[in-house]
Structures are given as structure tokens and as C-alpha cells.
Design a protein around this ligand. Structure first.
Ligand code: PMV
Length: 310
């Protein structure tokens, strides 16, 4: 029988701390119940990927082979299958990097080593996004809820957060942003260079919100809606939310809900995925239906990378 390995890794949302995390502030991330699956088998290197992703695949395989100390590249037949929308802030690229690294290591009979998988996946993410915090690949590797902090390029700390019964959240897809994550990170960098004190003040306020989320997770505080709302306003101050998305979020607030972008955002047109909370779900769903919005529920705190499809 031909050897083959199947691995899947989850997508993510960022509850709090996107952008600020690039500057060493904490972020809280959660793995979601949408996964990216990679199957590796014998055969010519071939993957069912769109043509513009072929270069990334080649880079990723070289990166993995380098970690396997292979001098001669091995060919793999790769089949991918994903439930995560691409380029909307749901961690599709990180889940791909994590699942591919894990599948190829496993295929080469290497021990299941999360630290190694995460490290290789970070290298692949760097190729794609320039200067990522590493939060996306870490949550996809370890799963659950994580408090994550990038202290320096090589020193990143994270801690798994235990929580029970996180309320159901809905996600609305405001559409794929025109800008890439790298471009949005660059945009904030420019703001930071122009007005470091102002930007730092916003990051510090975001940190306070992240701490509020920690209290919510440990049931010391219950104002989830307020935390989401405050975080959104701070992201708007950083200039990473489009006018169209701001308008939508204000409408959600008007009907008693709260919402924030999750991830890098986007300003020209769409801002990617939006996390939405409303104490009355029926009201929210009726609103979304009326506006023809792409809305779906998510489960948070799902398992990280694992053998098997889903
Ligand atoms: O790639 P996204 O949309 O999930 O955004 C990543 C979050 C940022 O904080 C904006 C960048 C990073 O590397 O953490």
C-alpha cells in the first residue's frame, strides 16, 4: 500500500490585540472549528493549489526539507482541502503552513513535535507576510485559547488559557480586503513612525482590553460586548477598518450588538472577518439576512494541529 499522511490544522480568530502584538503587546487568539487539511503521499510534487500559490509551496517544501536536513529534495503528492476562507483574517495561510509542515515531518517518520512544527510554519509565514508576530501559526499549532506575546524576533511567549462555555459568537465576512496583511502591518508602522506616542497610547489601551478579555475568560468580568466594542474603536483609531465596515459595525451596535474586525483588517473596501456578539441571536440573524450578509456561527477553542482530516 502507498504511504500517505493526512493532517489538519485549525483557522483562528483574534479576540484582542491584533496589530499591537507586532509591537510586543499581548494578543488573545482562539482556534476555530474550520480546518485546513493536507494529505501527503508518494509521487511527483504536485498540489491542487491555485497557480499563484505554487511558489509559496516550493518555498515551504524547501523550508521543511532544510529542517529535515535533506540535501536532495523529495517529491510529494499533496492534496489540500480547506474550510477556511482565504485572505479574510481567519488564519488560512498559517493553517496551511502548520498542516503542511506537520504532514511532511510525519511522512518522513519524524516524531510529533509541536514546537518544531510551529517553528517551521513561522518561517513559511515570514515568507508570506514579511514581519508577522507568529500568533497565527502558534494558535493553529496548539489550538484552544492562547495569550500570545512576541518579546523579540526569537523570543515569543504564550500560555494556554483554560476556559469553559465561551458564548457562541457569529462571524460576518465583510469580504476579502484589497490589501494584504503585510500592507496593513506596514500602514500601522507608518502611523507609528509618524506619531509614536499616539500609536503607543492606542496599543496600551488595546492591552487593557486584552486584559479585560482575560478576565472575561476567567469569569471575573462579564462585559463581553463592551470589550469587543472598545477594541473595535481602537482599531479604527489605528486606521485599519474601512468606511464601509465601520458603517456596518455602527448598524450592528444600533440593534444592540457589538462587533470588531479580527486580524489585519482593510481600508480600501472590505476588512475581512468581523466577530459579532449579540445577546439576542435571532435579532442579529434577522438583521444579517435582511442585509444579505455572509454570517455563520463559530465554535472557539478547538483542537490544534492533528493527524486525520477533521
Ligand atoms: O493575517 P491576519 O489578518 O490574521 O492578521 C494578523 C494579525 C496582525 O496582528 C495584524 C499581524 C500579526 O502578524 O500578528
Amino acid at each position: 500500500m502507498q504511504k500517505q499522511v493526512k493532517v489538519s490544522a485549525p483557522g483562528k480568530i483574534i479576540l484582542s490585540g491584533e496589530h499591537a502584538v507586532v509591537y510586543g503587546y499581548p494578543a488573545i487568539l482562539a482556534a476555530i472549528d474550520r480546518r485546513f487539511s493536507v494529505e501527503v503521499g508518494e509521487g511527483e510534487t504536485l498540489a491542487n493549489l491555485p497557480p499563484d500559490n505554487k511558489e509559496l509551496l516550493e518555498f515551504a517544501l524547501n523550508e521543511i526539507n532544510r529542517n529535515l536536513n535533506k540535501r536532495k529534495p523529495t517529491d510529494y503528492r499533496i492534496i489540500i482541502d480547506s474550510q477556511i476562507p482565504i485572505g479574510c483574517g481567519m488564519g488560512s495561510s498559517a493553517a496551511f503552513a502548520v498542516a503542511l509542515s506537520a504532514a511532511v515531518l510525519r511522512y518522513n517518520d519524524k516524531p510529533w513535535n509541536l514546537e518544531k512544527i510551529n517553528k517551521i510554519a513561522y518561517g513559511i509565514e515570514r515568507k508570506q507576510h514579511g514581519n508577522p508576530s507568529g500568533g497565527d501559526n502558534t494558535i493553529s499549532t496548539y489550538g484552544g485559547f492562547l495569550l500570545y506575546r512576541k518579546e523579540t524576533e526569537t523570543f515569543k511567549v504564550f500560555s494556554s488559557l483554560k476556559t469553559q462555555n465561551f458564548p457562541s459568537l457569529f462571524l460576518i465576512n465583510s469580504g476579502k480586503p484589497v490589501e494584504t496583511t503585510g500592507e496593513m502591518v506596514d500602514r500601522v508602522r507608518k502611523l507609528y513612525l509618524k506619531s509614536p506616542l499616539k500609536a503607543d497610547k492606542v496599543f496600551k489601551e488595546i492591552e487593557q482590553v486584552a486584559r479585560g478579555f482575560l478576565k472575561f475568560l476567567s469569569k471575573e468580568e462579564s462585559k463581553l460586548g463592551e470589550l469587543i466594542k472598545t477594541n473595535e474603536k481602537l482599531l479604527e483609531k489605528l486606521g485599519v477598518v474601512s468606511e464601509k465596515t465601520v458603517n456596518l459595525i455602527r448598524k450592528i451596535e444600533k440593534i444592540g450588538g457589538s462587533a470588531k474586525i479580527s486580524g489585519a483588517g482593510g481600508v480600501k473596501e472590505n476588512s475581512g472577518i468581523i466577530i459579532v456578539y449579540h445577546p439576542d441571536w435571532e435579532k442579529l440573524i434577522a438583521f444579517a439576512k435582511n442585509k444579505n450578509l455572509d454570517i455563520f456561527g463559530v465554535k472557539l477553542g478547538e483542537e490544534g494541529v492533528k493527524i486525520g482530516k477533521s
